[in-house]
Ligand binder design. Sequence first.
Ligand SMILES: Nc1nc2c(c(=O)[nH]1)N[C@H]1C(S)=C(S)[C@@H](COP(=O)(O)OP(=O)(O)OC[C@H]3O[C@@H](n4cnc5c(=O)[nH]c(N)nc54)[C@H](O)[C@@H]3O)O[C@H]1N2
Ligand SMILES: Nc1nc2c(c(=O)[nH]1)N[C@H]1C(S)=C(S)[C@@H](COP(=O)(O)OP(=O)(O)OC[C@H]3O[C@@H](n4cnc5c(=O)[nH]c(N)nc54)[C@H](O)[C@@H]3O)O[C@H]1N2
Ligand code: SF4
Ligand SMILES: [Mo]
Length: 716
Amino acid sequence: MAIEKIETFCRVCESSCGLIAERENDVILSLRPDKSHPVTKGYACPKGIYALEIHHDEDRLNHPLKRRSGRSKAAAEFERTGWDESVRDISDRLQDILRRYGSTALAAFIGNPVAFNSLLSPAIASFCSQTGCRRIFSSGTQDCTNKFAAAEAVYGTSTLHPVPDIDSTQYLLILGENPKVSHMSFLSIANPMEKLKALRRRGGKIRCVDPRRIESADGIGEVIQIMPDTDPYFLAALLQEIRRIGGFRQEAIRSHGKNIEGFEAFIDRYPPERVEKVVGIPAGTIREVARDFSEAQSAAVHMSTGLNMGRQGTLSYWLVQMLSFVTGNLDREGGNLYALGFYPAAKSGRTSPGDPFFDSPFGPLRTVTGILPGNLLSDMILHEKDPIRALVVISGNPVLSMGGEERLREAFEKLELLVVLDIYRNATGEMADFLLPCADMLERGDLNLCGLGMQHQPFVQYTEAVVPPRFERKEQWWILARIEQAMGFDSVLSREQYNPYERIDRMLSYSGLSVAALKTLPNRTALLPEPAPGRFYSDWLQTDDRKVDCCPALFGEALEEAERIFQKLEKEPADLLKLITLRTPFMHNSWYQNIEKLKMAGHRSNPIHINARDAGRRGLEEGAPVRLFNKWGSIETAVRIDDRLRDGVVAMTHGWGNRETPGMKVARQYPGVNVNRLLPTGAGSYEKLSNQAHMTGIPIGIERIAAAHPASDETG
Ligand SMILES: Nc1nc2c(c(=O)[nH]1)N[C@H]1C(S)=C(S)[C@@H](COP(=O)(O)OP(=O)(O)OC[C@H]3O[C@@H](n4cnc5c(=O)[nH]c(N)nc54)[C@H](O)[C@@H]3O)O[C@H]1N2
Ligand SMILES: Nc1nc2c(c(=O)[nH]1)N[C@H]1C(S)=C(S)[C@@H](COP(=O)(O)OP(=O)(O)OC[C@H]3O[C@@H](n4cnc5c(=O)[nH]c(N)nc54)[C@H](O)[C@@H]3O)O[C@H]1N2
Ligand code: SF4
Ligand SMILES: [Mo]
């Protein structure tokens, strides 16, 4: 057969970069950026290209595996089984657990790659509803549930997230986001740096608020170096100053807002002079940002995980929305706009107002878009009354991605059944009873659904599977449907005809499109209208009265708590070190760790980054072996001097820690350490309003240890 070129797209992060695969006889020969793609225009980062390495990786999970040894053994023994056999075993054991303990004994953990698999969410929903599984956890509570909770409270829908109009704005404020490395989140954009540079060339201003002088700002903007976990106070002071200098647009507030008094009472508490010490930013700088934001012809704002992961991510997102709204920049060219795309997702996230909390053995609890706090997963497994006994993990790696590895391991050992669906035998899979091999992104058809409502330039693309799944790998929707079938539930596999794209076709019809129509278009891509102002308040806002709720009643307790946290921050010792996250282009959360080509010199482990002043004060130098510790745990690594960090802040990359992951040889050779051992877990370790885990600004201690740590020479 001749070599064919297949247009597809990357499903690793939200940018959805267009890719071209060359295939011959169901073998992929190459993967390159798609220069002919109308939106991503030949941009792709190394991770997208290395998807082919993952496709061919000899450590991939290729057959269903069943555990032979006890779960607590570090190096588990697995034996190969077939699909029929493993599905039957799993279904028998699930049924038995449901019969003996009821449906609360069953839980699911939904990992991040699920967001990039358009056929999977309906399959998970069906599986959970039929099995009665309501204890659902996801990587969302380590990532962004604060945004869902805030949007729901302020705009009446969890799915309304106006994006910055980067192409027209005169002033862009970016908080807790590092576009150059991460390619952003809740703003789907390929090559964001190109757009930011263009903004700068136009004479626009870019200001980033970050504890680290991030590389994204080099040459195009300035970083205002904030102390981690203090953003709500910075934002409140900024808003108060903007009001003082007359920057509030009363007309917008009167026509479209309600409860503005509550909002004003909150920001009144935090004048720039009061917050400057806690946030680590001089009052004068806050005033300058206020002036620039107000005076700019248009100003836009965007925040990301650096704020999500603080203790008050919902309040941060609320204040960011307020910054846009009260200054008249919401729904204005150059401000923040809703990016409709092919279907109005904003309408589907609508929720009924009212108190979402219910009583639980863990105190008042809520779900956010159906999700419980991940930081309670171990507790709910270890709880004496009505514990979780069976867990299904779907493209996730909770052992490494969440706070409290030790406690998670202790909990997982107690499970009667752990089923892991993944493309690798990852750290979590190592504890599984069943490991089910999944198709990777090159082995499945898809549509770029993940960025819907948040695309810089909306487009919709269909891709076929570039090649059929190798070995016995299967698509995850199929696996779940197969288990449903074996359990005697309704299953799409039992239907005479099933079109997995049914739901997507219904959504596409809103724009007069269908999968069949997409297949006829160049790059199988339909370009959609750019985000435009004019319909935010009339069509997209979903509150009952069509008003922006400037101070949702639900926030009452959190606003009081904010003051208590502020007073505690004021009293903290000056030499306390706070830990933040550091993404690098060489890792993607906990995966991509088995790719030899990414283990370049300087990137073979995850040292602790600290600036020379803080290191010097503690007698530490580049490469020094150290122990990091706090009340949650202790890890050993080496020092990396990083003068981009502000005083008092240290940073470390997450996703490492594979000493006990024998199924991934490269990852095990360069294991690094799991920084999440230092993150809080359990009651009180997540934001009550949103279930979002507290993951940034974590106090830690650092001390030199005698022996050289492997991280200093970067091998295992
Ligand atoms: N290469 C790479 N790309 C990725 C990923 C990856 O692991 N590697 N992960 C993907 C995923 S799942 C996501 S969600 C996105 C995330 O995308 P981003 O949100 O852009 O993630 P980061 O690059 O970690 O940037 C977060 C920034 O917040 C700063 N920060 C930390 N704490 C605070 C704080 O308290 N306040 C403020 N103001 N800033 C703070 C950090 O210094 C950092 O610069 O990236 C995606 N892209
Ligand atoms: N300290 C700290 N911790 C963090 C973060 C941080 O910034 N700092 N970031 C957090 C964020 S934003 C997120 S989103 C979470 C992520 O948390 P998780 O989703 O739990 O972790 P990932 O590392 O993304 O794991 C994804 C798993 O899915 C598998 N996988 C990849 N593609 C596919 C596929 O196509 N099919 C199947 N079946 N499996 C696949 C990978 O092999 C991997 O095992 O981590 C969080 N953890
Ligand atoms: S930026 Fe994201 S979507 Fe684009 S190639 Fe890289 S990982 Fe893939
Ligand atoms: Mo994420």
